[in-house]
Design a protein around this ligand. Structure first.
Ligand SMILES: [Zn+2]
Length: 163
């Protein structure tokens, strides 16, 4: 994988647009969820880790660090998840085909490849018989494979492709 060619955009997702975190992880973008209530922590974490803020909170957008352009934030317009992710993709020109399914959807950790032998007894028997490629999250040990769930998510992502 040509990691060096990939633009390293990272995100911090406010809990008022929390569903965006999974969508971004699905595309392979590092996205942490902010589930606190103090905006100061959100802003401090974004600055410290060079993350783009995604929020529906207009108050955050008025902060000097954001109006000055020192910290990037996107004010999300919609309440619905699909227009939300579309807005982020359009605003930042994200490429959803770049590296889908490289991060754990639950913990934002990079997935590691596993051989069939390594996942034996850890996936359902019919999966083991039919799937060759497996990935594991080193944090929560969830196993991912290119099964029907994966296909369904790929179909969803395709709807966001240009043209
Ligand atoms: Zn995980």
């Amino acid at each position: 994988m040509e990691i060096s060619l990939i633009k390293e955009l990272k995100f911090i997702v406010d809990n008022n647009v929390g569903k965006l975190a999974k969508w971004l992880r699905m595309m392979g973008y590092d996205a942490v969820l902010f589930d606190g209530s103090d905006d100061s922590y959100l802003v401090a974490k974004a600055l410290a880790e060079d993350r783009i803020i995604l929020t529906r909170d207009t108050q955050i957008m008025k902060r000097g660090v954001i109006t000055s352009g020192r910290l990037k934030a996107i004010l999300i317009n919609s309440d619905e998840p699909e227009p939300q992710i579309r807005q982020v993709i359009d605003t930042l020109n994200l490429d959803c085909r770049l590296r889908p399914f490289t991060l754990c959807l639950e913990c934002n950790q990079p997935l590691e490849e596993r051989s069939k032998d390594q996942v034996k007894d850890r996936v359902p028997p019919y999966v083991f018989l039919t799937q060759k490629q497996y990935m594991e999250c080193p944090a929560c040990h969830r196993i991912y494979w290119r099964g029907t769930h994966w296909k369904a998510m790929t179909e969803k992502l395709k709807r966001f492709l240009p043209g």
